[in-house]
Design a binder for this molecule. Structure first.
Ligand code: F6R
Length: 240
């Protein structure tokens, strides 16, 4: 695992955007795996700037997002589809028909999950997956558990995640308690992974990953088993 330690959030965002921009230039029809949450917002802003300046184009890009709350409509202002539209897709030249987010209203989430993984495979697999880290070590919504799922699936959210994400909702009671999420296998099949982490709240997870030991009780540590992961952290996340 490669680790890039940045001075601050801004630099972390620029380094992440730079890696994506390099891929877009080398492979304009690449398949991107994208994340939501606070951490990648600055990186999406950087990418938007580069796109508007004509340095990069998303015209031929296909994207697959990691997860979506369940049940939640894509039009809901806290849905991850809405987040992606407002933070990236509406601001760059991507064809929205080529952007995919797991269906938060799927009647049969298991069938939807299988179809989602099959669609990723049919597209040729994810070239570059962007990940954030939950303060509890989750990746996507694969929460710390004794057993984890390989494929895209419906899952419950832990109390700590519901609490952490309640900052975006009017009240904690409005936070959905379930989500549909790519599984560990779906994520690990990506050819390259970048993980962004900023702030002291992520230090404990970074420390666990740096320990070199793997446990499903901290899903982020599973990334140690992937051949091409770059961890991009700011000083607060690195030093605590
Ligand atoms: C988002 C996702 C989550 C977040 C994680 C960190 O699509 O899958 O795993 O990456 O919860 O969230 P932030 O960036 O808000 O700290």
């Amino acid at each position: 695992m490669k680790i890039v330690v940045c001075e601050n959030y801004e630099e972390m965002s620029k380094v992440g955007a730079g890696i994506i921009a390099d891929l877009l230039k080398a492979k304009p029809d690449c398949i991107l795996g994208l994340a939501t949450g606070s951490t990648p917002v600055g990186m999406y802003k950087e990418l938007t700037k580069m796109n508007k300046a004509g340095e990069i184009t998303f015209k031929n890009v296909t994207s697959f997002n990691l997860d979506e709350y369940y049940p939640l409509a894509p039009t809901h202002d806290q849905s991850y589809r809405y987040f992606m539209n407002t933070n990236l897709f509406d601001n760059v030249d991507i064809d929205k028909a080529n952007t995919n987010v797991p269906d938060g209203l799927a009647e049969d989430p298991a069938a939807m999950g299988e179809a989602y993984d099959a669609a990723i495979e049919a597209a040729g697999g994810i070239d570059l997956q962007v990940l954030g880290l939950g303060p509890n070590g989750h990746i996507a919504f694969n929460e710390p558990e004794e057993e984890l799922y390989a494929g895209t699936h419906l899952t419950g959210l832990t109390e700590s995640t519901i609490k952490a994400n309640s900052r975006f909702f009017e009240s904690i009671d409005d936070v959905p308690t379930q989500a549909v999420t790519m599984g560990i296998g779906s994520i690990m099949k990506a050819k390259k992974i970048i993980v962004l982490a900023s702030g002291k709240g992520k230090h404990a997870v970074i420390e666990k990953i740096m320990s070199g030991r793997i446990t499903t009780m901290c899903p982020g540590t599973l990334l140690l088993a992937h051949a091409d992961v770059t961890l991009i952290v700011d000083k607060d996340a690195y030093e605590g």
